[in-house]
Write a protein that binds this ligand. Sequence first.
Ligand code: PLP
Length: 354
Amino acid sequence: MMKHNFSAGPCILPKEVLAKAAEAVVDLNGTGLSLVEISHRSKDFVSIMEQARSLALELLGLEGQGYQALFLQGGASLEFLMVAYNLLDKKAGYLNTGTWSDKAIKEAKMFGEIVEVGSSKDENFNYIPKGYAVPDGLDYLHLTSNNTIFGTQIKKIPKTDAPLVCDMSSDIFSRQLDFSQFDLLYAGAQKNMGPAGTTLVVIKESILGKVSRQIPSMLDYKVHLGKDSMFNTPSVFAVYTSMLTMQWLKDMGGIAAVEEVNERKSQLLYSEIDLNPVFEGYAKKEDRSHMNATFNLTEAGLKETFDNLLQEAGINGLNGHRSVGGYRASMYNALSLESVGVLVDVMSEMERKG
Ligand SMILES: *Cc1c(COP(=O)(O)O)cnc(C)c1O
């Protein structure tokens, strides 16, 4: 039976990417050796890393502008710490839009003063704060572009003189933005790019070197940059598979092309949520995420019926995060419009039953 994978992360990847990655685990490029058993210093892998790094910059439109891409380990969670280690001298600003921002703030507090420029904690993060003031003299302002758990997304990136840092774990490569407004962005691979195990970090090199503290080698962006993202053994499988996904995205027309599909998917689902009396959305309409749609049943008693129908339709991964409850449909790049159609059909059937 065909499966429709709405999992929030790790999550769906393009079928052809998975097939190619599986092949490389047995035999990489006809070498007779596995991707995971060759030296990361071999010509084959060095070329994979180079392609991955340059594809990331190419897709984001950041080539030749002083940016470099790294594929590190430790997930986005380690970046919460590394960003502050490398960039926070005295004071940084954070927009608190959910669990992940909260965790980023917690780590950064170990390195300096943190100003929460805005927060939507008062309504369990169902909206994006607006109209907040950003104080002068910040070492950087940190944003979370898409709030995976709560289903909100920043539509308008705030203008600021401070260097802009962004956690893009769950919407990287999903929509067009002027990425040159960011000085550092990072994304754990497992939401929209590849398997868990690597994190894309894109850095404008000129923002580094401004803190006086000593930085342990593994946590120092400069060390990783100086070694072309190969300071230690990279997560070879995750980097290779991420490279294949970026290649897949480039072949389909890049971010502009996938954004169009993503908009059609989210429109289809949100219009069903809004028109169908059996369901109600969680996030405020103007802040809704195109990647993660959060919603609830209006009558809790219908849960068993809905869950059974989902299962019969081959729909996977629709349970909401425990801090929100209800349902969450994650519609990352590799999820097809057809899969969203199958979900919407099940939701319409609920209306007929309900
Ligand atoms: C999943 C997620 C994280 C955590 O990523 P890890 O790679 O597990 O550390 C951080 N930020 C956002 C926005 C996420 O969606």
